[in-house]
Design a protein around this ligand. Structure first.
Ligand code: HEC
Length: 444
């Protein structure tokens, strides 16, 4: 179990159960996408190639899954919290059973996956890819149902029209496309305007809110898309939108880090928050108390809730985990193992002189007894585990998860379900953490 006492602060990296209060800390790079279930689970996807599952308020350790070889661009979760999906730069779409932690299925597309949406009612998942395609698959087994070409437009956001089994696709040209997979019909309902749409949500009363590059939220009535208003309060391109579950407020985030909370009845800004330096990549409301979660470049998911002081960005960018993650990732040729290791760099270094972060250095890990780096404050569970780290035991660590192999360890729950990913990670670790191999550099 996660140690809830002893908060551990290492090089500005906060590892504690306070992770369950206003900041969710654990990613090793920009957080690009958020999703929430009705059961209170929160899912985040990051540039560090991993997705994390949080149970805010429950004081339970987050679970981490490394499913992709590249940055994660989009995540989705079913309303019942049982299924999760992630898509990213490597063109993969992976659907996971969250109860067992097992991959249900995986597809690989020709281009980056940019956006996802799922509909349990229709039993479908839709993925928009950078080559201007919309792929519709069955949620259960990933069987392809339909593929629609959007021409030269890149999809940026998807919305299921549950009643009609259709999908609205927002694009970077400002065009809005309506796709009916059952009929194979694709029709452009709003022409390209030059105002790229970055995000889209459906408001009560059948109104569509479009977050646009000119800093305006445009409101249009479905299904004919009659314009019914605009919300103007940003001075920078809008990057994300989220609707409060009770439909009372809309949150919009922009590329300069500003979040505006709008009263929808009055169509007026109610509050402005600035929780991140740099872009707000995604926003989501979750929970009965309407908590707003925001994600940005600083690798931390921040919370705001009525009655709380507004969240603040970290004092300085420099010691931030994301800056370090980028540097470390850049020092190695990005083979598969190196890319997977991005999920670890926030907490571990690999060289003789770089020391400990939130986790102990992995320099010389092969053949090392668990819990033996002098001066590092290990959990008793790990220190007394009797494990010696070898290719086999590290493989087990990520096949089973630290919670199973070393119960009581304070390493956050994470698994790497794909055996090939584990092999690539271990090959990489061998190469960069073995002292002899580094100096004679022909061991591979
Ligand atoms: C959020 C921080 C965090 C991340 C991310 C993380 N670890 Fe850890 N790791 C830890 C902590 C903390 C410990 C020490 C656990 C203890 O004392 O119980 C640890 C321990 C370990 C150990 C045992 C080291 C020893 O000296 O016995 C290995 C091996 C390890 N981690 C590998 C990895 C790899 C590989 C990844 C990426 C796939 C990873 N970790 C990601 C925090 C992290």
């Amino acid at each position: 179990m996660w140690k809830t006492s002893g908060a551990l602060l290492v090089s500005g990296f906060l590892l504690s159960a306070a992770a369950a209060s206003e900041e969710l800390v654990g990613h090793g790079g920009a957080v690009r996408s958020l999703a929430a279930s009705r059961t209170g689970l929160l899912l985040s996807g990051s540039f560090d190639t991993s997705i994390m599952l949080w149970r805010p308020g429950e004081r339970k350790a987050p679970a981490r899954f490394t499913l992709l070889e590249g940055p994660v661009n989009a995540v989705a979760i079913s309303t019942d919290g049982r299924r999760a999906a992630a898509g990213g730069d490597d063109g993969r779409l992976v659907v996971l059973d969250l109860e067992s932690g097992q991959i249900l299925w995986r597809r690989e597309f020709e281009a980056k996956v940019l956006t996802l949406a799922l509909s349990e009612r229709a039993g479908l998942i839709a993925a928009g890819t950078a080559d201007g395609a919309l792929h519709v698959l069955t949620l259960e087994d990933g069987a392809p149902r339909a593929t629609a070409s959007l021409g030269t437009a890149r999809p940026t956001a998807l919305l299921f029209d549950e009643q009609k089994g259709a999908i609205w696709v927002a694009t970077h040209t400002g065009a809005l496309v309506h796709v009916e997979p059952a009929r194979g019909a694709v029709s452009e309902r709003l022409p390209a305007s030059g105002f790229a749409i970055a995000d889209m949500v459906q408001l009560p009363d059948g109104i569509l809110a479009l977050g646009c590059i000119d800093g305006t939220v445009r409101l249009r009535r479905l299904p004919d898309l009659e314009p019914v208003g605009e919300l103007a309060g940003h001075e920078a391109p809008i990057t994300a939108l989220a609707l409060e579950p009770d439909g009372r407020r809309l949150a919009s985030g922009d590329i300069k880090g500003r979040i505006v909370l709008w009263s929808l009845a009055e169509r007026r800004p109610e509050r402005v928050l600035e929780p991140h330096r740099g872009p707000v990549w995604d926003l989501v409301f979750s929970g009965p108390e309407s908590t707003l979660w925001s994600a940005g470049n600083d690798a931390i998911v921040r919370r705001w809730r009525e009655g709380e002081p507004p969240p603040r960005p970290a004092a300085a960018e420099e010691p931030g985990a994301s800056a370090r993650a980028r540097d470390d990732a850049a020092t190695e040729a990005p083979d598969r193992g190196a890319r997977l290791f991005r999920a670890c760099v926030a907490c571990h270094t690999v060289t003789a002189d770089s020391g400990n972060r939130a986790g102990p250095t992995l320099f010389g890990i092969f053949g090392r007894r668990a819990g033996s780096v002098p001066g590092y404050p290990y959990s008793e569970a790990l220190a007394k585990s009797g494990i010696v780290w070898t290719e086999e035991t590290i493989e087990q660590l990520f096949a089973l998860g630290p919670d199973v192999l070393t119960p009581g360890s304070k390493m956050p729950l994470q698994r790497m379900p794909d055996a090939q990913d584990r092999a690539a990670l271990i090959a990489y670790l061998k190469r960069v953490t073995t002292p002899a191999a580094r100096s004679s550099e022909n061991g591979g």
